[in-house]
Ligand binder design. Structure first.
Ligand code: HEM
Length: 435
């Protein structure tokens, strides 16, 4: 216990001296985490050891290289943040029966995430006879705009009728399990999770390093359930769109995360749910595999009609530019210019009673699929105020009628409540555990 506290005191003194004052709140929270971790009474040995690392010192090389996105703030970063190039997403399950352990690990994770997003290591250097506190692969990379975003799955609140953490009364109705959609080919090993860690960065190794070191910190308390890496191309249009692996520009008619009114209306939870989620949002993630061998044999004209946009320009069919509004009414030779089963028509607010999503998806390509061909597709991530009124009806419509369906299968799925952000020294989820 002593070594953890001493290391932490030395750490806060050093930070204060270097002008990076930690503040009373952080001192209080982190010390609590260290004390609890080091006591070993309620938290596993793994977490205790991690907490006693002196939580997080050693500057990670060029800490300012590649830009920093602060972990602290009113909303968690990684939602409205302009998308970085790489994603590493992990879903974990808590293995502990103790509510206190879960709260402790969230405190340790928040402190660690604050350090990692500032380009620092996940632990101070220590005795060479011990395993290094930080795994080291991001040592010279800087922050690379790393964001770490935490989410809570429905099973955190209640798992198979078991209210193990006494949280079930605080589960927002919006955080409902998703229904089964027509054509779903879900692999249970790529679905669900008590907790999500979404790490995004402009360097793939920085994103991976964040998840790797956070999962190390929770050893004995939480276990990895599934993980997914993703990437985006470097080419981003003025509309913020990028080409996904079907070769189409994705994101042209996305919500604009800089548009406060749109975000308040469609993305940020407000007073409709329990107080702890206000300022947070709900994420739906779907791993969608593309049958690229078949798609690549489809004609260019047909591909464009399936999406409803021109593959080269990104413009809605019948329009000239990517930014032009889609015209869902016009016909040519009696045929709708944007076909009835085109993806953008079925997904549009006009077809879904005004429902909109903030999409923040990443491509994946990872070896070969079990049935043959490349295992590649889209790790679809979307944010909204209420998946029951936004993702679910849109996906119902797409699952039934989307002209893309011949070429895709949904193989993974999860829904998470992303709590609001916190100020430096506080921890993500405290409002839930204090409620
Ligand atoms: C097979 C995987 C998918 C691919 C390849 C794909 C691709 C695209 C493309 C190229 C666009 C047009 C550009 C844009 O506005 O972003 C688009 C639009 C859109 N997609 Fe998808 N998408 C996929 C899955 C989904 C899913 C699962 C949903 C939600 C359930 C969704 C919702 C939307 C929405 C809301 C739009 C904007 C429609 C509009 O208002 O114009 N997409 N998608």
């Amino acid at each position: 216990m002593l070594s953890g506290v001493l290391a932490f005191r030395a750490y806060t003194r050093r930070m204060a001296r270097d002008g990076d004052a930690p503040g009373d709140a952080r001192r209080r929270i982190s010390r609590r985490a260290l004390l609890a971790g080091a006591s070993g009474a309620s938290v596993s040995a793994g977490l205790a050891a991690a907490a006693s690392m002196g939580l997080l010192d050693a500057s990670r090389g060029k800490a300012n290289a590649g830009g920093q996105v602060p972990f602290w703030g009113a909303h968690q970063s990684g939602i409205a943040t302009p998308p970085q190039r790489h994603l590493y997403f992990a879903a974990l399950d808590f293995t502990t029966p103790s509510r206190a352990d879960v709260a402790e690990v969230l405190q340790v994770w928040s402190a660690a995430a604050g350090q990692l997003c500032a380009g620092r290591a996940a632990g101070a250097p220590r005795d060479r006879a011990l395993p290094p506190a930080d795994s080291g692969e991001a040592a010279d990379l800087g922050a690379c705009r790393l964001t770490i975003t935490f989410g809570f799955g429905p099973t955190l609140f209640e798992s198979r009728g078991d209210d193990r953490y006494r949280l079930s009364r605080l589960r927002p109705p919006e955080l409902a399990e998703l229904p089964v959609f027509p054509g779903d080919r879900l692999d249970p090993e790529r679905c669900g999770g008590d907790l999500a860690i979404q790490a995004c960065a402009d360097d793939p190794q920085v994103a991976f390093h964040a998840v790797r070191n956070l999962t190390r910190l929770s050893r004995g308390v939480a276990a990895l359930r599934w993980a997914q890496a993703g990437f985006r191309s470097t080419d981003v249009s003025e509309r913020g769109s990028h080409r996904n692996l079907m070769g189409f520009r994705d994101g042209a008619n996305n919500l604009n995360p800089r548009h406060g009114t749109q975000m308040a209306r469609h993305v940020w939870a407000s007073r409709e749910g329990p107080a702890w989620i206000a300022g947070g949002t709900y994420a739906v993630v779907r791993r969608i595999r593309f049958r690229l061998d078949q798609w690549d044999r489809d004609s260019l004209q047909d591909q464009s009609r399936r999406i409803g946009r021109d593959k080269t320009s990104g413009a809605p069919l019948g329009a000239a530019q990517e930014s032009d509004a889609a015209d869902f009414v016009s016909r040519l030779d009696g045929q709708l210019v944007i076909p009835a089963d085109a993806h953008i028509r079925l997904a549009s607010p006009a077809s879904n009673e005004g429902a909109r999503l903030l999409r923040r998806s990443y491509s994946f390509a990872e070896g070969t699929a079990s049935g043959g061909g490349l295992s590649a597709g889209l790790f679809f991530i979307c944010f909204q105020r209420d998946p029951r009124r936004q993702f679910v009806p849109i996906q119902q419509r797409l699952a039934q009628h989307d002209a893309l369906n011949r070429y895709i299968s949904h193989t993974g799925s999860a829904v998470f409540a992303y709590p609001p952000g916190v100020m430096e020294g506080d921890w993500v989820g405290r409002a839930l555990f204090d409620a």
